[in-house]
Design a protein around this ligand. Structure first.
Ligand SMILES: *Cc1c(COP(=O)(O)O)cnc(C)c1O
Length: 408
């Protein structure tokens, strides 16, 4: 037997079935036209953002990292709830603008931005988080050619990283950002060239659950930003402090204690150095805002036993839920939270493996899980599916195609 991850709060049973936003899984599947289906709960996202705002200092702005989930209706909802958006490609810029998000509240990071992407972003008034000196010069040249003042910030590659982070994106040699010691010279060049100086972006990692580690990193980020802005010699209009707040995916994971993070940050905000006195601060969060609000529903097509092991074979799989299969940046595969959605309040009585329909042994949704007995026709729920699900999985693999998605 292997444990399943913790089912996020906010999901309930109605008539024995999993319900999202007061509606039963079977009804949601019928409304969407079938399985596999991602269901995102607007109510859970609203609650999450509200709780975060209560815990954080009022001065802190909350940005949404579009890469976590770019589903159009969800982006529209985020437009009502958060203060800004971080994108990482021209494609995401297109999604953000299609969702009606104001370009002035969007910043664009990511290595390898093409000239067409830079041009569109500059024309729209999006802030560019520059990833290299060469990119800065291309952006300045495009601004000049188009007769538009580019809004430019610098993404810093700091010398430290977020402890306990699932994915390291700062510290040492990196394709992301500009090494901290080279930032002041480039910032002065940008200001001298007449661009609008927007400040710094310091992202240090993802999926941290330890509040003390997050607070320590935020403190380091503030120190580095102060040191760099002194060296630059211009006030810092904006500081994107990164994010990294994780969610519990696996058995034993505990949610981030956001009260501790907020209290530590409030203390720092009360004693800011002069160079940061007028700075606008933001965190950029993806999975923390939307990850636990999503559930992936897939239907059991076949039940079979091989050498005494029971397999529940579904019509979904890693082509929609790569992360749950253990093939998206994990070393040791562990079970995401999962359940038999059509028997949500039934007692577990047997050990079974939930697998996808792809013809590869990688396609596993839950290994050796204790579950109520389920048969062909039953619905399986895989939780923590609101981030890095549909858009981060190889939907075209084996000719399967995309899952349905709805926001309720
Ligand atoms: C991926 C990414 C995020 C979002 O990460 P989460 O773990 O989903 O919060 C934020 N900022 C940058 C620069 C990223 O690359």
């Amino acid at each position: 037997m292997k444990p399943l991850g913790p089912i996020p709060p906010g999901f309930e049973a109605i008539d024995g079935e999993l319900a999202v936003g007061g509606r039963k899984a079977s009804a949601l599947v019928a409304e969407a036209g079938g399985t596999p289906l991602f269901v995102y709960s607007g109510e859970l996202i609203r609650r999450r953002v509200a709780a975060l705002r209560r815990a954080m200092p009022e001065r802190l702005r909350i940005h949404y990292a579009v890469k976590a989930n770019p589903y159009l209706s969800l982006l529209e909802l985020m437009g009502e709830l958060v203060d800004g958006f971080d994108i990482a490609s021209g494609g995401e810029l297109g999604f953000a603008l299609a969702a009606g998000l104001p370009a002035g509240r969007i910043s664009f990071a990511g290595p390898g931005k093409r000239d067409e992407e830079l041009t569109r972003a500059i024309l729209e008034g999006v802030t560019l988080n520059l990833e290299s000196e060469a990119e800065a010069r291309r952006a300045l040249a495009i601004g000049e050619r188009e007769g538009v003042t580019p809004r430019l910030a610098i993404r810093v590659n700091p010398d430290f990283e977020l402890r306990g982070s699932g994915m390291k994106m700062g510290g040492g040699a990196k394709p992301f950002g500009i090494d901290a010691e080279r930032v002041p010279a480039l910032a002065r060049e940008i200001v001298a060239a007449g661009a609008e100086w927007r400040g710094l972006h310091i992202f240090t990692g993802s999926q941290a659950l330890d509040a003390a580690a997050i607070a320590e990193t935020q403190s380091n980020v503030l120190d580095l930003a102060a040191e760099l802005s002194r060296a630059i010699g211009h006030p810092l209009p904006h500081l994107n402090m990164g994010g990294g707040f994780g969610i519990p995916y696996f058995s034993g994971d505990r949610p981030v204690d956001i009260a501790t993070v907020g209290a530590a940050l409030a203390e720092r905000f009360e004693a800011l150095p002069d160079v940061l006195a007028g700075t606008e601060f933001a965190v950029e969060l993806g999975r923390y805002l939307v990850g636990e609000a999503g559930v992936y529903l897939t239907r059991i097509v076949d039940r079979k036993v091989s050498h005494g092991t029971t397999y529940l074979i579904t019509d979904g799989g890693l082509h929609h839920q790569l992360a749950a299969s253990g093939n998206f940046g994990t070393v040791v595969r562990r079970n995401y939270p999962a359940a038999i959605a059509s028997r949500f309040d039934a007692e577990p009585t047997e050990e079974a493996n939930i697998v996808g329909c792809l013809c590869t042994p990688l396609d596993r949704l839950a290994d050796q899980a204790m579950l109520p007995r389920a048969d062909a026709g039953d619905l399986v729920a895989v939780f923590c599916a609101g981030a890095y699900g549909a858009s981060a999985s190889p939907a075209a693999f084996l000719g399967q195609g995309p899952a349905r998605e709805i926001l309720v």
